[in-house]
Write a protein that binds this ligand. Sequence first.
Ligand SMILES: *Cc1c(COP(=O)(O)O)cnc(C)c1O
Length: 378
Amino acid sequence: MHNIQMVDLKGQYEKIKKQVDHAIQHVIDNTAFINGPEVKSFQKDLEEYLGVKHVIPCGNGTDALQIALMGLKLQPGDEVITVDFTFAATVEVIALLKLTPVLIDVEEDTFNMDIAALKKAITPKTKAIVPVHLFGQCANMEAIMQVAKEHNLYVIEDNAQAIGADYIFEDGSTKKSGTIGTVGTTSFFPSKNLGCYGDGGAIFTNDDDLAHILRGIVNHGMYKRYYHDVIGVNSRLDSIQAAVLQAKLPHLDSYCEARLAAANYYNRAFANNKHIVTPVQSTFTSHVFHQYTLKLKGVDRDALHKHLQGLNIPCAIYYPVPLHIQKAYADSRYNEADFTVTNKLVKEVISLPMHTELTEEQQDIIIESVLTFIKNNT
Ligand SMILES: *Cc1c(COP(=O)(O)O)cnc(C)c1O
């Protein structure tokens, strides 16, 4: 049996078992399970890695988005623009805070926020933009920051899928994804590129005042013990998770390289097939391949999905339903003509196994299975 997995957390753990086990044992020995020294030291390591002034650890990536929005003191009814093609967490927190989500279309080649659609969606009520760096590469931040500046808007980067990616500005300078906007957020969900062994998340910002506000919000709105200045939440990164992340952070760049190598291997194998569109990389960003997502042309995507599953080859559809037609987020203001790209992408995309332990032998099996199916069914 080939034993191919969508994400191989066990294989990755085995290579760093000593460091991780030691780090976890150390937390248990000290029993500082909440706010232990590991949380602070991981925070410092991540600040240094990202080149950002403040990292605020929290409970998960969804909380990170919610807390970032809470920290910006937006008012009910304020409009927040985000993309139609993403995980629901992004729009969920906007709606939960009684802000008005405004979903917009994405670019057909990169799956990221469409700048023309962004400009069109802005109204006098718009207060913030939430670009999502989908599948591992950055949205067009230079253009987004320009629009934000013109209209005086906040930018919250949902960086749950692109931690470690570099954004390359027109002048050649670079910044880490998630550190360009007003505030950035990430998730340490186990299958993310920097994953812990449970739930975890973090918020990044270079703004000292905002960082101070956020550090209170994650801790019940307390800036002085038992004095609650603002309404907060309870959202913490466990000491054990921080210890795991601290052990894994030094490997993040090599993890990104392993993913890129696997993506390049797929790309070469699929390059000459007219039914397959391989991932398109923007010039202004590196790609850390959280997902390796193909678009299929003239192929029954769902039949291929079933076929691969029948061969025990895991694959996934990210995302099968556009957010603007999800029951929770449907809104009579939306016009189908504004979502031509997402409406099409949800029928064409398929994500293949992608992780740091994928071997060429495994990829050969996946590639052969995809190509044979396409040959026999087109
Ligand atoms: C995973 C993810 C989240 C949510 O992260 P959790 O840690 O699961 O709450 C938010 N946005 C995007 C784009 C994600 O991929």
